[in-house]
Write a protein that binds this ligand. Structure first.
Ligand code: ZN
Length: 231
């Protein structure tokens, strides 16, 4: 879901990655013993393949991308650009190519609905089935990102039962409720530096994971995403 400003331009993204490396951060996939930064993308739109993937390759940075399984290869229903075009999601062939290079994929559920407003049965389907599909297609799925950051205790228990190792979204009290630091169009290299360096360390001190999570929602060109008052 994209709210006003929850996207970044490719130029901005390249500056952010450059800045993260210049600050001496190790940027990598979730690892239990390492300090450093995790770069994560929600929603799995194909702009990640078109714009972010070449930049990630240029900087040799592996990232985590969360897929809405029902939308793989399709257009989403929740956002329309200025040109009236719906955004397309990554196709399986794009996903396979990115995975081969080292990008990791996690679940953003089946349908990207608010899990806290669903029945227990529906929640189980969203959590278990998305993991099943990704396990089968990609040989593993250890992470989930909660749509709209909406969770409760019962959802976290279901995620644990399904066998996920990491849950992204929440207040950071456990590995299934990892806190994400969102990057927005209004962010600059300076605000990124503040988010990475000056946030109190306790916000990120999990049981076994010491990395900070920097979350990107989508990458788009300025041109296709310029809007007038549609936020
Ligand atoms: Zn989302």
């Amino acid at each position: 879901m994209q709210f006003c400003g929850t996207w970044n331009t490719p130029g901005q993204f390249a500056i952010f990655l450059d800045q993260l490396l210049k600050l001496g951060n190790k940027v990598d996939l979730p690892k239990e013993s390492d300090k450093g930064i995790i770069v994560a993308f929600d929603d799995g739109e194909d702009t990640i393949y078109k714009y972010a993937f070449p930049i990630l390759k240029r900087f040799n940075i592996r990232a985590l991308v969360f897929l809405v399984v029902n939308y793989i290869g399709k257009h989403n229903l929740w956002d329309i650009s200025m040109t009236g075009k719906r955004f397309r999601h990554l196709t399986w062939s794009q996903i396979f190519e990115m995975k081969k290079w080292g990008i990791e994929f996690g679940s953003h559920t089946m349908s990207h609905r608010n899990l806290t407003l669903m029945s227990k049965q529906e929640v189980e389907y969203e959590i278990f089935e998305s993991k099943n599909v990704l396990d089968q297609k990609l040989g593993g799925c250890r992470s989930i990102s909660y749509p709209f950051n909406r969770i409760n205790q019962s959802i976290v228990e279901t995620v644990s039962k399904a066998g996920y190792e990491f849950g992204f979204g929440g207040d950071g009290r456990s590995l299934l409720m990892l806190k994400k630091e969102g990057m927005y169009i209004t962010d600059t290299a300076r605000t990124l530096r503040t988010k990475v360096l000056e946030k109190p360390a306790f916000l990120y001190r999990y049981d076994r994971l010491k990395q900070k999570v920097i979350n990107f929602f989508t990458i788009a060109t300025m041109l296709s995403r310029q809007r007038k008052g549609i936020c």
